[in-house]
Design a protein around this ligand. Structure first.
Ligand SMILES: Nc1ncnc2c1ncn2[C@@H]1O[C@H](COP(=O)(O)OP(=O)(O)OP(=O)(O)O)[C@@H](O)[C@H]1O
Length: 638
């Protein structure tokens, strides 16, 4: 086959093309990051080979000195990043450098606004990777050969970063990948030795393989007369020790942050981190990071999650999911075990007792890290909560053992502040509880305003009893699993009979009298609404509204019911209880209504309105409108 014949020109996948275009335009002001991304890829490729060589040493081709080499040529205006890692074959090159494999990319791209500053942050969160080369280059060549293949299996990939790339066979003697960038006008600084060294120091110091450059300084000693001057040598520019193996006191915040970007592919700094070495029965080191921003695919079931796993400093796998529970899926980092076998697989991880112990210890570490952050001054915890609060709310259901710890980390909107901001802890709530109050009250609704204006809150507001205002989809599920905090049961104010611990003798007598007085009305209502409600009763919880719906003690809550219905799940039949406020003028009017038809119409309207007030949907909205209109017309006497 001639070179011409095997040269293929292919188009980038649409999404790759879009991302490329956006990246070039929105990341230009931050263009030096391309070097971090390419060195990061080179180091990953070396990690992969190191791991593959555990099973098949021949892949090393007798050469086990791993290194990344960076060369600059100011005249040709090029920079190249060369690794002796795993390399790629032709199919892999096409797949990895022509498409974007992550699911949800298209949806993500639609979120971009065209505002450069905002977009650059979004793109950063997506992980810019290889394509960032085109921020500074108008032509990129990748010459690669997979470890273990013949020199003849080398591939040359080339693109101008527009819509196409080409691939062709090109012999390559050494295994691994060499990426060469032909720099754009205005980006010549990246062919400058001094500038490139400083960027490597800044971003890649923590990378555990040496990143080498030709030494720039002349050798210290003058060569002896007649002798050849010593040729310049490649020397490591970076520190090249795995960061997590160093002691905490030796590592600066900047180094921790740079390492975070390497493991997470995030653009931003982390909010906080926790670095620990455990010795004793189990020996391992962990470095956990809390990101600042949720990834675009946080709610995608296939989202990449988990820690980078190393065994005795050898990289084993990315996204080892077994070390943290699902509700902590936003935590990034590294775990390096001294005890696990080097040939450990995902299957083994799933049933290994040691992994189980490490998982529970790491879960505690992560929760402690959050606890510590929550006690610090400043907005970091609030920021965390905004990004990840809803995920943490999955915790009590998934991890019963740590329920109390998680409960302390939760934040809510409450009637104490009456704003939608979720910033009050259960501890805060308990500290404000009245002497006779023995429960923590909450109301659940579709959205904050419905919760805040719920008729169920009227008596609580009147008595100054605080109620948590819940409106996240997961809230009812959360409360169902939490059940109590600090020994105090959590009580849905829209459920069951309301017994406020604070009822005085006087109030009790008043309530009983009310029930008696309204017996007739309640009975009439129960009769006409028989098919819609389980029971009608006189309410002690309403002051301003005519009526509200209450869920039976054992029945499914309204929010959960709506979610299940929307998801097409079967929902058990159950009717709500209608509580009415006999002091309300509407109910007084109803009581006086002698015409049974009009009574039935009005009763239905009261019932439908109670449903609307809690954010529910009417079964027959047209019937409601026509009843209401009929009544409205009677106002004008027509
Ligand atoms: N130097 C290299 N050696 C071998 N394979 C590489 C190299 N650089 C890139 N690749 C392959 O190309 C793929 C895509 O790289 P790219 O940098 O775009 O994304 P990534 O590293 O997977 O993730 P991210 O976009 O979050 O950085 C990599 O997953 C890897 O398989």
């Amino acid at each position: 086959m001639t070179a011409e014949m095997n040269k293929e020109t292919l188009g980038f996948q649409t999404e790759a093309k879009q991302l490329l275009h956006l990246m070039i335009h929105s990341l230009y002001s931050n263009r030096e990051i391309f070097l971090r991304e390419l060195i990061s890829n080179a180091s990953d490729a070396i990690d992969k080979l190191r791991f593959a060589a555990l099973a098949d040493e021949s892949l090393l081709e007798g050469q086990g000195d791993y290194r990344v080499q960076v060369d600059v040529d100011p005249e040709a205006k090029t920079i190249s990043i060369d690794d002796n890692g795993i390399g790629m074959n032709r199919d892999e090159v096409i797949e990895h450098l022509g498409t974007i494999a992550k699911s949800g990319t298209a949806a993500f791209l639609q979120n971009l606004s065209g505002d450069q500053k905002k977009d650059s942050q979004l793109i950063g969160q997506f992980g810019v990777g290889f394509y960032s080369a085109f921020i500074v280059a108008n032509r990129v060549e990748v010459h690669t050969r997979k470890a273990g293949d013949d020199a003849g299996a080398g591939v040359l990939w080339e693109s101008h970063g527009e819509s196409e790339f080409s691939v062709e066979q090109r012999d390559k003697v050494g295994r691994g990948t060499r990426v060469t960038l032909y720099l754009k006008e205005g980006c010549e600084e990246f062919a400058d030795d001094y500038r490139v060294r400083s960027v490597i120091k800044k971003y890649s110091d923590h990378i555990s393989v040496p990143v080498m450059m030709l030494e720039s300084e002349p050798p210290a000693a003058e060569p002896e007369e007649g002798a050849e001057p010593a040729a310049p040598q490649y020397k490591a520019v970076n520190e090249a020790t795995a960061l997590w193996t160093r002691s905490r006191t030796e590592v600066s915040d900047d180094e921790y942050k740079a390492f975070y970007r390497h493991v997470s592919h995030d653009f931003d700094d982390p909010l906080t981190w926790s670095h620990n070495r455990v010795e004793g029965k189990l020996e391992y080191t962990s470095l956990l990071y809390l990101p600042k921003r949720a990834p675009f695919d946080l709610w995608n079931r296939d989202m990449a999650r988990g820690l980078k796993l190393y065994v005795q400093r050898t990289f084993i796998m990315d996204e080892a999911e077994q070390f943290l529970p699902m509700y902590l899926r936003f935590i990034k980092g590294v775990v390096d075990s001294n005890d696990l076998p080097l040939n450990v697989s995902r299957e083994i991880l799933q049933r290994d007792g040691q992994v189980e112990s490490m998982r529970s210890a790491l879960t505690k570490r992560a929760l402690d890290m959050l606890d510590k952050l929550s006690r610090q001054e400043g907005d970091d915890y609030a920021e965390f909560w905004k990004q990840f609060g809803e995920v943490l709310k999955e915790g009590p259901a998934e991890d019963f053992a740590n329920r109390e710890k998680i409960a302390k980390l939760l934040r809510f909107a409450t009637t104490h502040t009456d704003t939608p901001v979720q910033d009050q802890s259960l501890e805060d709530y308990v500290s404000r509880m009245g002497e006779n109050q023995d429960k923590i009250y909450y109301v659940v609704a579709e959205n904050f305003n419905t919760a805040k204006n719920s008729p169920h809150l009227e008596v609580f507001r009147k008595k100054g009893i605080e109620v948590l205002l819940l409106s996240d989809r997961i809230d009812e599920w959360l409360m169902g699993h939490l059940q109590e905090f600090d020994g105090k049961p959590l009580q849905d104010v829209a459920r069951g009979n309301l017994e406020l611990g604070e009822e005085s003798e006087e109030e009790k007598a008043e309530r009983e009298q009310l029930a008696k007085q309204s017996e007739g009305l309640v009975e009439r209502l129960a009769k006409v609404l028989e098919s819609s409600v389980a029971e009608v009763r006189a309410s002690g919880r309403l002051t301003d509204s005519p009526a509200c719906l209450v869920v039976g003690e054992q029945d499914m809550g309204a929010q959960m019911r709506r979610i299940m219905e929307a998801a097409g799940q079967p929902v058990p039949e159950s009717k709500p209880i209608l509580e009415v406020n006999p002091h309300h003028p509407l109910l007084e009017m109803l009581d006086q209504e002698a015409d049974e038809d009009r009574f039935a119409d009005l009763a239905s309207i009261v019932f439908d309105q109670a449903q609307l007030a809690e954010g529910g949907q009417l079964e027959d909205p047209a019937a409601y409108v026509s009843r209401l209109n009929k009544l409205l017309l009677t106002l004008s006497g027509r």
